[in-house]
Design a binder for this molecule. Structure first.
Ligand SMILES: Cc1ncc(C[n+]2csc(CCOP(=O)(O)OP(=O)(O)O)c2C)c(N)n1
Ligand SMILES: [Mg+2]
Length: 787
């Protein structure tokens, strides 16, 4: 009785499994079709107005169709988050279309204005995209830092912990592993004991230009294992495994194992005849192999020899479902670039597009009748009702929206200004965070800081002393335990609110990106603040751009900066970063000179990163202690500081000269102003707290035919008055001011590499000291005498 029941149950489970496999195999076929057709439509059927190739990656899409079908239609759960390799975007859109989350209209406009994006984009494709991708390697790294962010939230119980954690999943192209950021991330992940992380590598052994080196992947799995990852290799599909089990089959396995990537790819392209020729030449002496060859016609032989596990739905599902713990796992899935398409395996297929004839043939093979190209189920051998029912039950699509709406964290009305008559903006920043750390409540709890090994030197010490370092485990501060005196406590625990990273700046930006998306991704907003040395923004600039591109929200505090870092020398002195601040979309930059300005700006930044149409904020700070103005800041001044500029010394009526400065050169600007007012008492002194905001406002106002902030400020000068701009940065940061009202301008600044020295030496050598400002003003006024 029991036996009969078990048998019955066994059969029904097996039947269910087969039904599922049938549905998934049919959907995989549809995904391949739709992705290919989407690209074909964009390139061959949509009228072109500019003669440019539209592009799209049919080969790259096809190689990942099985893996993505398995994931999206079966393996993923609602809490999982995915970064899809950029050039598999068409597969991703096709899957969303089948799930009812993408429209036909957008697919028809793939790569067109307002259509489905070339590479998955959080901001433009909407909530179906968890992580944007495009710059290869970064999406992969992002998943690792998202898993750290998830741990951070869960260990602090800032998100509900009764639900299981999500898996952060990257679908990576094999050549993405050439990107150094992947290995920087791997190492950092090991330090942080990352969990719930899957990297699925589409191992098609091809990159953009060519077939990749054979020796590479022998090293890759060892590397992952060294970092504590599980490596699951999906190499051969069931047809090949069955062939290997036949008489002499192991010779076939050995032959494929030894086959160089290039030859394998070339034979994939050539098809059955090519395989036969080579196998006959190399293995004809084995009767079992001859039998295999005799029992397969060319088409069947080709199917057999290309039956890699990454295209074998049952093998893929088994591998994914076998992982049930939270250990980070790398799946190396053997696939074929261009699988199922006429240019499969061809080394030049990356940007290859099927021509009209090839497409017509492919369409016929797919059983899609003309006119039914966008139909969901056309050409599939599983009944429509069965597929619809299957799609309605897809676990990932099951519950609610993929993005969380979160309520903003209340920010105090004002942040206290640190006392002191001489302060640097860096010190003021450290003390402000120290004050916040001493408080309690939600605001302080949601702040999370992170830094790439420059925590202490960027003045986060006080914050870390009070709030501790984040770690999955409790770790005591050995120096403290051993009574070694240190100003810095280094206690680690899940309660810690500082994520200490190794030196890699790219990791900093990916960590900020992940923390800065904690609201939409995990349901609780964090207020991330990252610190680094200003010149090393460049080291991570692509990751910074990537973070901004997907609208992650964070505050970047870059300090020290410029040649004001004097004795540290040219390798550490930043020059062009304010231009990055000016030009980077999604990032508003400021360079305050005084602590009271910084207090206003830091508070504004904490609100700005939470606003619906806000963005991230970059504060460029300095280590130079300077005399602080003792002044009340009324609302008008606060607004001007945020808007980007105010008159530190008002110009007199009909002023013929003004000095405009930004940041740490304030004392020189003040001294020069004082000197100049002896002869030209009306001279004004304009403090610029944000060249970025000022410029953006000016441009927007001009386009609208309105008068912006900069224009209103400069209207205080007489027409044609001379402007001298000065900053410890590239002069182009401020030189545009001359265009605002047509003022002649002398742009002072730094446009050469820095060097060691003290501030006086360097400011003189680079022409931004008091004398240089006075001389420039005097010469300009002589050239263009007032009046
Ligand atoms: C940082 C960066 N450099 C270069 C490119 C251009 N590019 C796009 S895909 C690609 C090759 C990718 O090969 P692989 O990861 O193996 O993907 P496949 O197409 O084989 O799936 C290159 C070089 C890019 N997108 N990003
Ligand atoms: Mg590849």
């Amino acid at each position: 009785m029991l036996r009969a029941l078990e048998g019955g149950l066994g059969r029904s489970l097996e039947a269910e499994w087969h039904d599922k496999l049938d549905c998934l195999t049919a959907l995989e076929r549809k995904v391949l079709w739709l992705s290919t057709w989407m690209i074909h439509n964009a390139n061959h059927l949509r009228p072109s107005r500019d003669g440019l190739k539209v592009g799209g990656h049919q080969a790259s899409s096809s190689s990942v169709a099985t893996l993505m079908t398995a994931l999206y239609f079966d393996v993923l759960r609602p809490q999982d988050r995915v970064a899809v390799k950029p050039h598999a975007s068409p597969v991703f859109h096709a899957i969303q279309y089948l799930l009812g989350r993408q429209t036909r209209d957008k697919l028809e406009r793939f790569r067109g204005f307002g259509g489905a994006q070339s590479y998955p984009s959080r901001t433009k494709d909407g909530e179906t995209v968890d992580f944007s991708t495009g710059s290869v390697g970064l999406g992969v790294g992002m998943t690792l830092f998202a898993s750290i962010a998830q741990d951070y939230l869960r260990l602090k119980r800032l998100v509900p912990t009764h639900d299981p954690p999500g898996r952060m999943i990257a679908l990576a192209g094999d050549a993405e592993l050439d990107e150094g950021n992947i290995f920087e991330a791997l190492l950092e992940g090991w330090k942080h004991d990352v969990r719930n992380l899957w990297w699925v590598i589409d191992y098609n052994r091809q990159s953009l230009d060519a077939v990749v080196s054979d020796r590479l992947f022998g090293r890759i799995d060892a590397l992952f294992e060294m970092m504590g990852w599980r490596v699951v290799t999906l190499k051969y599909g069931r047809l090949l495994e069955a062939a290997f089990a036949r008489l002499d089959g192991h010779h076939l396995r050995e032959w494929i194992d030894a086959c160089p990537n290039s030859l394998y790819s070339a034979l994939v392209y050539k098809g059955g005849e090519g395989w036969r020729e080579h196998l006959l030449r190399d293995l004809n002496r084995y009767p079992g192999i001859r039998a295999i060859l005799d029992s397969h016609d060319d088409a069947a032989l080709h199917r057999l020899m290309t039956n890699l596990a990454g295209h074998d739905m049952a093998s893929v599902l088994a591998a994914f479902h076998a992982v049930t713990d939270d250990r980070p796992t790398c799946f190396i899935a053997y696939t074929i670039k261009g699988y199922g398409l006429p240019f499969a395996g061809h080394k030049d297929n990356h940007a290859g597009l099927m021509n009209r004839d090839q497409m017509a043939l492919f369409q016929r093979d797919m059983g899609v009748t003309p006119g039914a190209e966008w139909e969901l189920f056309a050409g599939l051998d599983v009944p429509e009702e069965q597929l619809s029912a299957f799609l309605a039950e897809v676990p990932m699509a099951g519950s609610g929206p993929r993005r969380h709406d979160v309520t903003p964290v209340a920010v105090p009305a004002a942040l206290p200004v640190p006392r002191g008559s001489r302060l640097s903006t860096q010190e003021a920043f450290g003390r402000m965070l120290g004050d916040i750390a001493a408080g309690d409540g939600e605001f302080a709890e949601r702040i999370v800081t992170t830094s790439p090994d420059v925590t202490v030197s960027t003045n986060l010490g006080l914050w870390v002393n009070r709030r501790g370092i984040f770690d999955r485990a409790e770790r005591t501060d050995t120096f403290r335990e051993e009574n070694v005196v240190s100003a810095q406590r280094w206690t680690m625990s899940p309660r810690g609110q500082h994520i200490e990273l190794g030196i890699a700046e790219s990791n900093l930006f990916l960590q900020l990106a992940a923390l800065g998306l904690s609201g939409p991704l995990f349901g609780t907003r964090l207020l991330p603040i990252g610190t680094l040395y200003d010149p090393f923004i460049k080291r991570g600039q692509d990751a910074l751009n990537y973070a901004c591109y997907q609208d992650a929200r964070f505050i970047l505090v870059a300090t020290p900066s410029g040649i004001t870092l004097a004795p540290e020398g040219g390798a550490h002195q930043s020059v062009g970063e304010p231009l990055t601040g000016l030009a980077q979309p999604g990032l508003t930059s400021f360079e305050p000179a005084y602590a009271d300005e910084l207090a206003i700006l830091l508070r504004w930044a904490l609100a700005e990163i939470q606003r619906d149409n806000g963005g991230s904020v970059y504060l460029r700070l300095s280590t130079r202690p300077i005399e602080q103005p003792q002044r009340p800041i009324d609302q008008g001044l606060a607004e001007a500081i945020i808007a980007g500029a105010y008159w530190l010394r008002e110009p007199g009526p009909g002023a013929a000269l003004a000095i405009a400065y930004s940041g740490a050169v304030a004392p020189e600007a003040l001294a020069a102003h004082q000197a100049l007012t002896e002869d030209l008492p009306e001279t004004g002194l304009l403090a610029i707290t944000s060249p970025d905001r000022l410029h953006g406002d000016w441009r927007a106002a001009r386009i609208q035919g309105e008068v912006g902030v900069a224009e209103r400020l400069l209207a205080r000068l007489r027409p044609g008055a001379t402007l001298v701009t000065v900053g410890d940065c590239h002069p182009a940061t401020l030189s545009w001011l001359g265009a605002v009202a047509g003022n002649p301008i002398v742009p002072l600044g730094v446009d050469r590499f820095g060097q060691s020295g003290d501030v006086a030496d360097l400011y003189r050598a680079y022409g931004i000291d008091t004398e240089a400002i006075v001389d420039a003003a005097a010469r300009a006024c002589l050239l263009a005498p007032p009046g």
